[in-house]
Design a protein around this ligand. Structure first.
Ligand code: ADP
Length: 584
């Protein structure tokens, strides 16, 4: 049965009980009022009539006067029409008989007195009869009232119990299934698709439970098929990650290790089950490599694992979802092969450069001899050719020198001779070395280097080499008859900054980040201007090896400013000024 019909029946039943209760009440009230009416109508009037007769008969002795006669006549007539009790009609007839006899007596006599007495006696008799009837009927009315009270109390109690049961049970009847349904929906939202509802009724709740159970079964099926495909994909990704030659470690947002592939486990030296699920900083406490992975910014790493030394580069990728970082993946790329090739290349370059130096120097020596008049005269064309050969030999010597320096840096064989020196010394050597070059191009080098500047901690040769390189570039890329500013000043509290500013064509912003890369040359320069593209890369290595920084600012059409810093020493040196000007 549907809930709607159940509700209808329940409420109708309550209505029925209320109607029965009302009907019974009306019935008993009617019964009680009927009893009372009967008492009034049947007996009370008879009592009144007989009382009036008695009063009239008692007003005088002897024969009746006309007023008495009329009163008694009227009341006897009334009594005769109000016969209700058994024996009352005989008594009324006797009363009439006595009255008629009394009416005929005209003079006072003992007979008249006797009749007076009889009439009074019969009247009392009738009164007595009716009084008894009133008492009896009153008792009957009382019995009806108590019966009504009992039945109505019983019906009211029954009605109350039914209504009470209804009030107690009905809300639960509606609310309990809804509560169960709400709890089940919450379970489903927590992915518990095993949940089933068990409503046995055939009403709407039964239908609802059936629909809900079908829904959870479908969701369960969907979840299982989804889960299976997710597990399959997971397996596939795990296989791919494990078959990679790079080490991969995945961390969640709380730095708990989610996965580590076989290579990563071998390098770290711990089995997978001792890594996954562990808090990475905890592992880092007992494992050097994990510590390096988490803490070090260094990109290239040399790792000894599996009885051999290998080179790796570290890449840290942030895993984001909806702009929120939910973890990171650390990848160690095996670059041992490239490193070995690079080492071979560097060794090759070092050997070749070194081997080339001797024949080039001997060419230069031979040129010097050829230029000497004592060897013999050379005509102007031959002299021009000799000058060209000399310029090329110079260039070759510079290139081999730079290549050797670079090889030194790359193989880690860079030797630094640190010492305390005043910046003015470095500036002085550099400016002197480029005096002729600047004069040839009519470029003025303006030097600003306070003699009170403190000394720097530097390798004099290497730093001078760097400054010469920057100045040489500045002259190279300056317009003729322009100025190059060389400024040395205190930078921050503990550093000295050397800066070389030219007013040449400048460098496009897009090349600035690559300008210190090996072999990089800004496109568009003339063959006279460009060299190996190694000068700035070596300069960077030399400065960084001395714990300094090197940088560039440039704007197309405005010129460039190259600068580097060195650590200062806490006292100032003697005044050393270096100023060289080469004017047109
Ligand atoms: P190179 O030996 O080719 O000069 P460098 O490493 O010294 O190599 O310089 C790299 C490149 O940077 C140069 O090829 C040149 O294009 C650019 N460059 C260096 N200095 C300047 C400068 N002052 N003005 C414009 N371009 C410059």
């Amino acid at each position: 049965m549907t809930i709607k019909n159940k509700l209808r029946i329940g409420i109708s039943f309550l209505f029925l009980l209320a109607i029965i209760c009302c009907g019974l009440s009306i019935y008993y009230v009617n019964r009680l009022s009927g009893d009372e009416k009967n008492i009034l109508k049947d007996n009370y009037l008879s009592v009144q009539f007989t009382k009036n007769i008695c009063v009239a008969i008692d007003s005088s002795q002897g024969p009746l006067d006309s007023a008495q006669t009329s009163t008694i006549e009227k009341n006897i007539c009334g009594e005769e029409h109000d016969i209700t009790e058994p024996g009352e009609s005989e008594m009324a007839a006797l009363l009439r008989l006595k009255f008629e006899a009394l009416k005929k007596i005209r003079i006072p006599s003992s007979e008249a007195d006797q009749l007076h007495f009889d009439i009074r006696k019969v009247s009392y008799g009738i009164m007595q009869l009716n009084m008894s009837a009133i008492e009896r009927k009153n008792a009957a009315a009382k019995a009806t009232a108590s019966e009504a009270t009992e039945i109505l109390s019983f019906v009211a109690t029954f009605l109350f119990l039914v209504a009470f049961t209804f009030v107690i049970n009905f809300p639960g009847y509606i609310a309990n299934p809804i509560k169960t349904l709400t709890e089940s929906i919450k379970e489903v939202s927590n992915r518990n698709y095993e949940k089933q509802l068990d409503f046995k009724s055939n009403d709407e709740f039964g239908e609802l439970a059936l629909a809900f159970n079908i829904m959870t079964v479908k969701l369960n099926e969907y979840e299982n098929s989804n889960l299976a495909s997710i597990l399959f994909e997971k397996k596939r990704i795990e296989t791919i990650i494990n078959s990679m030659h790079d080490a991969i470690v995945g961390l969640d947002e709380r730095s708990v290790i989610i996965f580590a592939n076989e290579v990563a486990c071998t390098l770290i030296g711990l089995p997978e089950k001792e890594l996954t699920g562990k808090y990475a900083p905890d592992v880092a406490l007992v494992n050097d490599l994990m510590r390096s992975l988490l803490v070090n910014d260094q990109q290239k790493m040399k790792i000894y694992a599996d009885s051999r030394e290998s080179y790796y580069t570290k890449d840290v990728l942030a895993v984001t979802s909806k702009d929120k970082v939910i973890g990171k993946v650390i990848i160690l790329k095996n670059i041992t092969e490239f490193q070995q090739l690079n080492d071979a290349k560097t060794n090759f370059i070092a050997t070749i450069s070194h081997e080339l130096k001797t024949p080039i120097s001997s060419i230069k020596m031979s040129l010097k001899l050829l230029e000497d008049d004592r060897i013999g005269d050379v005509n102007p064309e031959q002299r021009q050719l000799l000058e060209n050969i000399d310029a090329d030999a110079k260039r070759l010597l510079q290139i081999t020198g730079e290549l050797l320096d670079m090889a030194q840096v790359e193989t880690g064989k860079l030797q630094l001779n640190f010492g305390s020196t005043h910046p003015g010394n470095i500036v002085g050597y550099a400016v002197k070395a480029l005096k002729t070059t600047a004069e040839q191009k009519q470029v003025t080098i303006k030097v600003e280097c306070d003699a009170n500047l403190p000394d720097v901690q530097a390798d004099l040769d290497k730093t001078t080499w760097v400054l010469i390189n920057l100045l040489s570039n500045a002259i190279k890329y300056s317009h003729e008859r322009s100025t190059v500013d060389l400024v040395v000043k205190i930078y921050k509290a503990d550093e000295i900054e050397f800066s070389v500013r030219d007013h040449g064509r400048g460098i496009d912003q897009k090349y600035l980040s690559r300008i210190f890369d090996r072999y990089f040359k800004v496109p568009g320069a003339t063959t006279e201007q460009t060299g190996t593209g190694l000068g700035l890369a070596i300069a960077k290595d030399f400065i960084e090896a001395q714990a300094g920084k090197i940088g560039v600012e440039s704007e197309i059409g405005e010129g460039s400013r190259f600068f580097f810093t060195l650590k200062r020493i806490g006292h100032s040196a003697e005044n050393v000024t270096a100023e060289a000007e080469s004017a047109s």
